[in-house]
Design a protein around this ligand. Structure first.
Ligand code: GTP
Length: 270
């Protein structure tokens, strides 16, 4: 999980000052999430409070892959969050673009590497070759509120990503974009279907607009907090296992030294 120099070059370091997370961000709708965490885990809080653990000192980074049909608004989501910009003209993504964004969570630096992939069929293979075995920690499936067929394709995008990415247990988000373009009635209609699909694919549902900025920041803060919490717990488990196995091998070594001593004494007394 070390960040290489080329990735570091792309960090928007100046932005992290307004990316401080101290309170656990909540889901978009209380009951439309499989992730029930309401707060950081006690393990996370303790580790961050003492701050001395060696794994906190290394820079942590989690991979987020954004997928969905062409022109649903994937690039606009990334640009709105990372650059505070919105581009009204469509320019297809070729292959993959990525950004690295820094957060300070419970006063610990944490990075999201955000992969914006191509939705166009002819560029899809290039994108897949990038994120194959990328071990994505988070998968964001994007659909367009103005085009209902993009919602029904999300399951296919997820299956392809799970096959390619190599991580069996990523956080999954189903995100509807262009909320600003639909009437309240259409929005509610499509949301009902989206909630059903989110439940079926075990994903957390969000509705956003990159044009008006609605919910974009909240979405990424939620993703960062969930990923950070899991990352710390897993690192802690790993370090506990290492300590436990070191203790076992230390005890075994002590036992074998004792045994050798005994054998030595026995030999002498014979
Ligand atoms: N009104 C409105 N337009 C949006 C919104 N999000 C994206 N768009 C427009 O939708 C078009 C496609 O957006 P992109 O972000 O380029 O779509 P994409 O999913 O990255 O497309 P590919 O790179 O082909 O996969 C652009 O013309 C955007 O301006 C939104 O929230 N509101």
């Amino acid at each position: 999980m070390q960040v290489t120099y080329s990735i570091l070059k792309m960090l928007h370091e100046e932005d992290h000052l307004n990316r401080q997370i101290c309170k656990f961000p909540q889901s978009f709708k209380k009951y439309s999430t499989p992730y029930w965490e309401q707060d950081f885990d006690d393990i996370t809080k303790n580790v961050c409070q003492c701050g001395s653990n060696s794994f906190l000192s290394s820079l942590k980074i989690c991979k987020v892959i954004i997928l969905g049909d062409l022109a649903v608004g994937k690039t606009c989501i990334v640009n709105r969050f990372c650059r505070q910009t919105f581009e009204p003209c469509y320019k297809a993504t070729i292959g993959v673009d990525f950004e690295v964004e820094r957060f300070d969570i419970l006063n610990v630096p944490f990075h999201l590497q955000i992969w914006d992939t191509a939705g166009q069929e002819r560029f899809k293979c290039i994108a897949q070759s990038y994120y194959r075995s990328a071990h994505a920690h988070v998968i964001i499936l994007v659909f367009d509120f103005t085009n209902i067929s993009t919602l029904s394709h999300c399951k296919k995008w997820l299956d392809e990503a799970l096959n390619a990415s190599g991580n069996e247990d990523p956080f999954i988000f189903l995100v509807g974009t262009k909320k600003d373009l639909v009437s309240e009635a259409t929005y509610e209609n499509i949301e009902e279907s989206a909630l059903r699909i989110a439940k079926h694919i075990v994903a957390e549902y969000w509705a956003v607009s990159s044009k008006t900025q609605e919910n974009i920041r909240k979405l990424f803060f939620r993703i960062a907090a969930l990923a950070f919490n899991r990352c710390i717990i897993r690192e802690k488990e790993k370090s506990d296992i290492v300590i436990a196995s070191e203790m076992i091998s230390f005890k075994n070594r002590e036992k074998s030294i004792d045994k050798n001593h005994c054998n030595h004494r026995k030999c002498k007394s014979l």
